[in-house]
Design a protein around this ligand. Structure first.
Ligand code: ATP
Ligand code: MG
Length: 288
């Protein structure tokens, strides 16, 4: 199945998250039976990221947004296990620092946007400024409501500079979130990941869903589409996202740079000469 077609939000269409099956897993019975399919896009991504880096003319920005325990960290780990850390980076958007807060809301996003040849993942992103900021009324409506357009312009500019943008909303149900919170409570290794805030934020679930629906609807564009990824099954979420990333990279028409040197001459004049010299040296007795 073409997951890009299946999960993309067509620009201008209304999204009703409540109507989207978060437990969708396509034709796959289980994680075990899907394993071969999960492996394939990882191998494609590894090759394509090498090409993106070598080509050096374009870049990829992956935006991850979700409610707490939605699986952003898991996606970072899985999808990017395929890529070479050289040329790949992740940036997590926390509450703005004092310096960040003195600038416009897009400043910190622009600062971390990928340079040519790079892949960057935003774990949370500039979208927090129309999500948490809206839900908690951190700025007046007149301020956040203008941000959708600013985001579209910003992403368009990055696009024109050679950056492909993929935005993923990891869609889980409330029940799945609670089950994941419980796993955190039950596992001492994950205690650091849970806090009262997670439960307090959960109370605001309908407000967050409304804010997400608006954001996705107003900012899903041809050059920077949103994908709503069914994420109750972690393995299916990983499979869908890695296929979308691999398909997108494939479409970018990446090419190895044309060789600027004369390979035949380097082989003849330098390499063979170096080999001969090494041979000679290995025959020369070592002086003690
Ligand atoms: P995560 O939940 O993403 O795995 P975390 O729980 O490890 O991260 P936190 O510091 O709790 O780390 O998460 C970042 C917090 O910063 C989130 O609650 C997020 O909503 C908040 N945040 C991010 N950007 C902004 C912003 N622009 N304004 C206010 N709060 C923000
Ligand atoms: Mg958190």
């Amino acid at each position: 199945m073409d997951y890009r077609k299946r999960f993309a939000v067509e620009p201008g269409t209304r999204v009703q998250l409540g109507k989207i099956d978060a437990a969708f897993r396509d034709k796959h019975e289980s994680h075990e039976t899907a394993m071969p399919e999960i492996q394939k896009p990882l191998e494609r991504m590894a090759k394509l990221q090498y090409l993106l880096y070598a080509d050096g003319n374009q870049s990829l920005l992956v935006v991850l947004q979700a409610l707490d325990a939605g699986g952003k960290d898991g996606v970072v780990r899985h999808v990017f296990s395929a890529m070479n850390p050289q040329g790949t980076s992740v940036f997590g958007f926390k509450q703005p620092s004092r310096l960040e807060a003195t600038h416009d809301f897009l400043w910190r996003a622009h600062l971390r946007a990928p340079g040519k040849g790079e892949v960057v993942i935003f774990n949370r992103s500039h979208y927090e400024d129309v999500l948490v900021v809206r839900v908690h009324k951190l700025v007046p409506t007149a301020v956040w409501s203008k941000r959708y357009e600013l985001i579209n312009d910003f992403e368009k500019m990055l696009g024109q500079n050679g950056t492909r943008i993929l935005k993923f909303y990891l869609h889980i149900t409330r029940q799945e979130q609670l089950a994941r919170f419980k796993q955190r409570l039950d596992d001492p290794l994950r205690h650091w990941k849970i806090s009262e805030t997670d439960y307090l934020e959960r109370e605001l679930w309908p407000d967050y869903i409304e804010a997400f629906e608006d954001a996705v609807e107003r900012t899903s564009t041809k050059h920077a589409p949103w994908y709503v990824i069914p994420s109750n099954h972690k393995w299916f979420r990983n499979l869908a996202i890695s296929e979308i990333v691999a398909d997108t990279l494939e479409e970018m028409d990446l090419k190895l740079p044309t060789t600027r040197v004369d390979i035949a001459e380097i082989r003849r004049k330098y390499h063979l000469a170096a080999e001969r010299q090494d041979q000679k040296l290995s025959k020369t007795p070592v002086k003690r």
